[in-house]
Design a protein around this ligand. Structure first.
Ligand code: PGA
Length: 244
C-alpha cells in the first residue's frame, strides 16, 4: 500500500471551466514543492478532459485526476450516464457511494458495489464512501455493514485495490450544524474498518481543512482525506497538502 497521504479534492458541482483550469494549474505548480503526498482532483465530468491535457504537460507525479461518480451500468441506453470504460485512461480514481448520491439520487450499496466492480475492471481505483447518518453507539457496526455490502463479492487482492473513505454524514460541511469528527473518533472507526478489511487504505472525510487535517493524518489507521468545501480554494487546498 502507498504510504503517502492521499488527499482527494471533491469539487462537487462547482467552478466554471476558467476557474477549474486556473485552480488546477495553481495546485499543480504548488505541488512541485510538496513531496510525499498524492493529491487527486475530482472536478465535474465535463472538465476532466481539459484538465487531463494540462496534467500531461510537465506532469507532476504527486497529482492525479478522479471522477465524482460513474454509472453502475456497463454501456447502452442510459441517458445522461458516464461509464467506467469512458473514464478509463482519463482518471486514476473515482468516488462512489458518496452520501449526496445516496441522499439525493437514492444510490444503494448494491449500485455502489456494481460501480466498484466496473471501475476495477477498467483499472480505475474506486474511492468508496461509507458513513452513518447520525452518530450513535451503533456507528461502527453500521459503517462496517455498509462496507461489507459494497465489498462482498471481491477477492482479497481486489479489496486491496479499493480505497474506503469513512465519511460520517453528520460531519459533512454542507449539512446544517455539521461538526467534524475528532481525530480520535475517526481513527477509532477507521481502525475497525482496517481490522475488517486488512490492507485496504482508509481515508477520512467531513469538514476537513488546513487547520484540522493533521488531527486525522496522524492516526495510524487513516491514510488521507476526502475534502469538499475547503478544496475549492486552491490556496487552502495547498495548505492542506502541506499540513497533511
Ligand atoms: P466537506 O465535504 O469537506 O465540505 O465536509 C466532504 C465531502 O462531501 O466529500
Amino acid at each position: 500500500m502507498d504510504q503517502h497521504p492521499l488527499i482527494v479534492a471533491n469539487w462537487k458541482m462547482n467552478k466554471t471551466i476558467a476557474d477549474a483550469v486556473l485552480d488546477f494549474e495553481m495546485i499543480k505548480n504548488g505541488l512541485e514543492n510538496i513531496d510525499d503526498i498524492k493529491a487527486v482532483i475530482c472536478p465535474s465530468y465535463v472538465w476532466l478532459a481539459p484538465l487531463a491535457e494540462i496534467a500531461k504537460t510537465h506532469s507532476v507525479r504527486q497529482l492525479a485526476l478522479g471522477a465524482q461518480n460513474v454509472s453502475n451500468e456497463e454501456k447502452g441506453a442510459f441517458t445522461g450516464e458516464v461509464s467506467a470504460q469512458m473514464l478509463k485512461n482519463l482518471v486514476e480514481y473515482c468516488i462512489v457511494g458518496h452520501s449526496e448520491q445516496v441522499a439525493h439520487f437514492g444510490e444503494s450499496p448494491e449500485q455502489t458495489r456494481a460501480k466498484v466492480n466496473l471501475l476495477l475492471k477498467n483499472q480505475i481505483t474506486p474511492i468508496a464512501c461509507v458513513g452513518e447518518n447520525v452518530k450513535s453507539d451503533n456507528s461502527i457496526f453500521e459503517v462496517i455493514n455498509i462496507a461489507k455490502q459494497i465489498l462482498k463479492d471481491l477477492a482479497a487482492p481486489q479489496r486491496r485495490a479499493v480505497i474506503l473513505c469513512y465519511e460520517p454524514v453528520w460531519a459533512i460541511s454542507s449539512n446544517p450544524n455539521a461538526q467534524p469528527a475528532t481525530g480520535g473518533y475517526a481513527g477509532k472507526v477507521a481502525r475497525a474498518l482496517s481490522k475488517e478489511f486488512p490492507a485496504t487504505k482508509i481515508l477520512y472525510g467531513g469538514s476537513v481543512d488546513s487547520k484540522n487535517i493533521r488531527e486525522f493524518t496522524v492516526q495510524d489507521s487513516i491514510g488521507g482525506a476526502l475534502v469538499g468545501s475547503a478544496s475549492l480554494d486552491p490556496k487552502e487546498f495547498l495548505e492542506i497538502l502541506r499540513n497533511a
